[in-house]
Design a protein around this ligand. Structure first.
Ligand SMILES: CC(C)(COP(=O)(O)OP(=O)(O)OC[C@H]1O[C@@H](n2cnc3c(N)ncnc32)[C@H](O)[C@@H]1OP(=O)(O)O)[C@@H](O)C(=O)NCCC(=O)NCCS
Length: 154
């Protein structure tokens, strides 16, 4: 008999404190200026909507969203470098849209670095529109980098 190993579909589970070690390790591989452990644990303590995406147990990516009334604010979305450009960013964003809508979300807001071509490409592909700029929002090694503010009607 042919032993063909089939990979299962990716699944989403709420991020828990036990996940933070793996999430932080991925965060540090994905960003030049990564979130700290406290950024994640504080976000979980605050009750933000936080999700891990796994496939066959492997952490592929994660995302966090803050809900306030009918607004969803994207705080972080990350796909593991080895798994980028395979549609997981779109999959995770669409999961966040479903979660936000189920909590009454009507608009999603986010910030992205002007230098982040992957982030901007992902958001443009999903229909996000630029609505402004926050001056010096991000650390950038001594100087600061602006943020492009984008929104989408859910
Ligand atoms: C941004 C990020 C989440 C995208 O995830 P991904 O799984 O690679 O994205 P997908 O494969 O779903 O790509 C969907 C679309 O986004 C756009 N896109 C993704 N990566 C891109 C890149 N490097 N350059 C330009 N456009 C890109 C494309 O339109 C792409 O569609 P296509 O592959 O059919 O051309 C991922 O690159 C990442 O984790 N980067 C590091 C962390 C980060 O910058 N997060 C966003 C902070 S605001």
């Amino acid at each position: 008999m042919n032993a063909i190993l089939k990979r299962s579909e990716p699944d989403f589970a709420p991020m828990r404190l036990e996940d933070v070690d793996a999430v932080l390790a991925l965060e540090q591989r994905a960003y030049r200026f990564p979130w700290t452990r406290a950024n994640f644990t504080d976000s979980l303590a605050a009750g933000y909507s936080a999700w891990c995406c796994r496939r066959d147990g492997e952490l592929i990516g994660y995302a966090l969203v803050m809900m306030a009334l009918d607004e969803a604010h994207l705080l972080n979305i990350t796909v593991a470098p080895d798994w980028q450009r395979r549609g997981y960013g779109l999959l995770i964003m669409r999961h966040l849209f479903d979660v936000a809508r189920s909590h009454g979300g009507k608009h999603m807001f986010l910030e992205v670095r002007p230098s982040n071509a992957a982030g901007q490409g992902l958001y443009a592909r999903l229909g996000f529109k630029t609505i402004g700029r926050r001056k010096g929002y991000y650390p950038a090694g001594g100087a600061r980098e602006d943020a492009v503010v984008m929104t989408l009607t859910l």
